[in-house]
Design a protein around this ligand. Structure first.
Ligand code: PBG
Length: 330
């Protein structure tokens, strides 16, 4: 390394133009995936107490908003259904109902806005009465292999509806291979799998569970016997390696900002795209500070997302995607 004054690191920070020219990373519209909560019915838009500024939308309003975001550069949307109580059951049959809310939403988006990539969550928590991501036994333990069978039916039903990417998010063992085999054997060879490979048992999902209405169902029980322990980093690399071997096209780390170390090592270790999820609790933290006037909205949002890029992320699920598209289009 050359010494001062031959090297003055501040030269490349002298003007905005030179800073832009020398930037190692940038945030673009193609980095963003917009997660959205979908409601039954028409002309419905509900606010979410723990996520001020985020709304649950009925399909018609979702299509309107997606059309606008598409014109601003949005490439992908991730759907999360708000399932009404009477559709929830022990065996989560609604998960693979060809006429379910997710399946109908996929068909609607793909017919009206075919260029937008639709990503669907593969997990049972919106559909179980107990709010766990899988089927449970008498003791409440989440059953692995039995759950995976239902996940396969769910994934195939989404593929049949035209989804571009299925995203198994439940952390059952072996589910990527089984979902991949189910897609292949049903002819959906170009349906991608985005594996939530390193998904931690995190308290930062709290506002999401309020948004989809599963927190009441879950009660005091946790997901700690299938989602990862926040204490562990090396284990995440094992999880990711297994999912890639089983046929994942893309892998995900979740939550995001508190787990940038995991994103970094994943992106350095593997040649598969690494995505991250800036989850509901991260949104709630940032937005609370923004709403209190403690942080500048635009700067805080853009900086938090740029840091994901620096850590090696290829795309980011963020509830701020719509606002960021506005900033990028200014
Ligand atoms: C459930 C699922 C969760 C999230 C996405 N899919 C919550 C959970 O595991 O309980 C959380 C997303 C967020 O917090 O924004 N399969």
């Amino acid at each position: 390394m050359q010494k001062y004054p031959l090297t003055r690191k501040r030269r490349l920070r002298y003007t905005q133009s030179i800073r832009d020219l020398a930037a190692e990373n940038t945030l673009n519209s193609s980095d963003l995936i917009w997660p959205v909560f979908v409601l039954e019915g028409e002309n419905r838009r509900e606010s979410i107490k723990s996520m001020p500024g985020v709304y649950r939308l009925s399909q018609d309003l979702l299509i309107e908003k997606l059309a606008k975001l598409y014109s601003m550069g949005l490439k992908a949307v991730a759907l999360f259904p708000v399932v009404t109580a009477e559709k929830k059951s022990e065996q989560a049959e609604e998960a693979y109902n060809s006429d379910g809310l997710v399946q109908r939403s996929i068909r609607k988006i793909k017919s009206e806005l075919p260029e937008i990539l639709v990503i669907s969550d593969i997990a049972l928590d919106p559909f179980t009465i107990h709010g766990q991501d899988g089927l449970i036994d008498e003791s409440g333990y989440v059953l692995n292999d039995e759950t995976v069978e239902v996940l396969c039916k769910q994934a195939v039903s989404h593929a049949r509806a035209g989804v571009d990417i299925v995203a198994p998010s439940d952390m059952m063992d072996g589910r990527i291979l089984k979902v991949r085999e189910a897609l292949e054997s049903n002819g959906y060879i170009n349906t991608s799998i985005l594996a939530y490979s390193a998904k931690y048992a995190s308290c930062f999902y709290g506002p999401f569970r309020d948004a989809v209405g599963s927190s009441g169902n879950l009660g005091k029980s946790t997901k700690e016997n299938y989602q990862m322990n926040p204490a562990n980093g090396k284990e995440a690399l094992d999880e990711i390696a297994m999912d890639i071997d089983e046929g994942a096209d893309m892998v995900m780390v979740k939550p995001g900002l508190p787990y940038l170390d995991i994103i970094k090592s994943a992106s350095e270790t593997f040649n598969t795209p690494v995505f991250a999820y800036q989850v509901s609790g991260e949104y709630a933290m940032l937005q609370s500070a923004i709403d209190n006037g403690f942080l500048d909205e635009k700067k805080a949002i853009l900086e938090s997302l740029l840091c994901f890029k620096r850590a090696g992320c290829d795309a980011i699920l963020t509830y701020y995607a719509d606002r960021v598209l506005e900033y990028l289009n200014e």
